[in-house]
Write a protein that binds this ligand. Structure first.
Ligand SMILES: [Zn+2]
Length: 137
């Protein structure tokens, strides 16, 4: 289980076209492990429980994620966060006009931005091919 989709899923060094860069892919479960451990400060047991995986699995995900982040920084790679067999607990929508974020349940449907009224709503979970699977999980 992954709490919510990442806000940004595509990173690269500035000023260098993607075609000149090597690439590294961080899976959603690796992203979640590094978020829980290094961003939110949870220990491995708490992180494993949040994700619904064993502690050794969490540790393995975290080690892979850290290795990839180190390669991204040191080698100057193009980094993309990719899918994987995960489900989201919550969704985040983003207004394409005012860029504000709207936290919502995974099955929630909002058609207009509550801040500016725009109908340009970006569903960050479905950008990962998720949403329909998570909605039935
Ligand atoms: Zn808006």
């Amino acid at each position: 289980m992954v709490d919510s989709p990442p806000l940004i899923h595509d990173f690269k060094p500035s000023g260098i076209p993607k075609r000149f860069l090597g690439a590294v892919e961080l899976s959603l479960d690796e992203y979640e492990a590094i978020k829980l451990s290094d961003y939110l400060g949870k220990d491995h047991a708490a992180g494993a429980e949040k994700m619904g995986v064993s502690r050794p699995t969490f540790t393995r995900l975290l080690e892979r994620a850290r290795k990839k982040m180190a390669r991204f920084l040191i080698e100057g790679l193009h980094l993309q966060i990719e899918g994987g067999s995960v489900h989201f607990k919550r969704n985040i929508l983003q207004c394409s006009s005012c860029r504000k974020l709207i936290n919502t349940g995974i099955s929630g449907s909002i058609r207009r931005c509550p801040f500016c009224g725009s109908s340009g709503i970006i569903d960050l979970a479905s950008g990962f091919g998720h949403g329909s699977c998570c909605r039935h999980a």
